[in-house]
Design a protein. Sequence first.
Length: 423
Amino acid sequence: MTHAHSHNLSSGPSPLGPLPAKIVVGLLVAIGVAVIAGAALLWPSRQHVDIPMPFQNAAGGAVSTQRGHVLSSALGDCGSPSANQVLTTAPQPGMPGSGRCIQTLVAVDSGPNAGANTLLESSPGPGQPQFAVGDRIRVSRQVDPEGGTSYAFYDFERGWPLVGIAVVFALVIVAVARWRGLLALVGIVVAFGVLVVFLLPALRDGAPAVPVALVASAAILYAVIYLAHGVNLRTSAALLGTLSSLLLAGGLSWAAIELTHLTGLADEQNSTVSAYLGSVSISGLLLAGFIIGSLGVLNDVTITQASTVFELARVGGDTSRRAIFVSAIRVGRDHIASTVYTLVLAYAGSSLPLLLLFSVANRSLGDVLMSESVAIEIVRSAIGGIGLALSVPLTTAIAAVLAKPRAVSPVPAAPAGSRHTPT
């Protein structure tokens, strides 16, 4: 029997009206306006702040550093009159019987004394830099009120190695991810710009940490997500899910810090900030760090969930939105399981020196866990894990509502005279 026929095959869930998409877009526009208003309200005043004492030169200004390279390094008598001075001749020997020091002759390669040398003295032993001939270093330059110049070791020169690593990183990202990889790199630049131009100056001025961190984080998310993934409903679902989870993470971070009485003063850098920048709230700085630190992992999970939902909707046949939601949640559970222990291990890895000191101090496990340094990492990991877990169902639900089915694909009618197997 020969006959002609056609079929209409739909793919994905039945479409909803335009209202859900309008609601999501409207919410994102409203949040964007609130972020702009918040940034305007909290914008730093750029008032002058004195340079902290450890970072001042003799005149009260910023310490300047110059390039240099090591000419020689050997043991000698301590107390050389040439130590730290600008030298145009051979350095003078140290004082016999004053002990043994490592004397490092350094050629100054930049600044007003370029072409001269200086002598650095350091005690041999652990914790001291180890120099080899040819090492490129940075030396700090100080000028006293009488006009005398002195130099001291500042750090090793890492400019070109860091540039090389950054270039390789960018090339690999662009080679693999192509155009989106390039846009992601632009997003990184924008994120650091927000931190440097807005977040840090606002915290320095004593602005409240939670609003500042949330405004900065939201601005980063809008830029990074839309730059890397394009402006569409899929990306908007991920963005709304991330913003909602970020707000929850901010509230949980504040509650956890208050509940556990974390001060942040166990960290040496925070103590320095507290001593020299009295207007900065250390607990607020700690809270801002919690919020900013949760951005990356939340963005990773929400983008994955939104993409999973939209792909399932595209190829899922006549399945329902509920079935797509359940399937995407299964993917999300696997993602949560892998990301949570990755998160915890990352924080544990950053705390290895501290944990090592506790292990040799023969401290009990309870004492170790309750110490502030370890408690901060525990709370940070827990807040990140909670925000991560909550972001999965939230983003999946938003995406499942917005996911559009694939257009109806008609199967063309068989041409006249074509042969079909009789039914």
